[in-house]
Design a protein. Structure first.
Length: 124
């Protein structure tokens, strides 16, 4: 059966478990059997289907806000953000998904975000 991404080395997860979410790709849903042959089989089927659903949601999602930011150390300083911060943990920067590890509301429309998924550059 299909595994978590392209990893076929026998490991249950890729080296970086966030990689499938940071580099999503289309995958078909796998029919869930009435019984699983092993824990590994369960992980492969359910993991694949979670990623298949994530891809669908990722492609169909609409932006809740559009802003701009400036890199400051290991944070991205977002301008024009929702006043209360944002509820999403996934941000799209230059068409590349990034996971928000933490956020600090700095003022109305200003949020500092620490990201996973690649270096932050000013102007994103």
């Amino acid at each position: 059966g299909a595994a978590w991404g392209s990893n076929r080395s026998g490991a249950a997860l890729p080296e970086d478990p966030l990689a499938p979410f940071l580099h999503p790709s289309s995958r078909p849903l796998i029919q869930v059997p009435l019984e699983f042959s092993s824990l590994r089989h369960w992980c492969e089927v359910i993991g694949n289907n979670i990623l298949a659903e994530f891809w669908h949601m990722f492609k169909e999602a609409r932006a809740s806000f559009t802003g701009y930011g400036t890199a400051a150390g290991d944070e991205l300083m977002l301008e024009n953000a929702p006043a209360e911060g944002f509820s999403q943990c996934l941000l799209l920067l230059d068409r590349q998904p990034r996971i928000a590890a933490s956020q600090r509301v700095l003022g109305v429309g200003r949020v500092a975000v620490k990201l996973r998924g690649g270096a932050v550059r000013s102007g994103q």
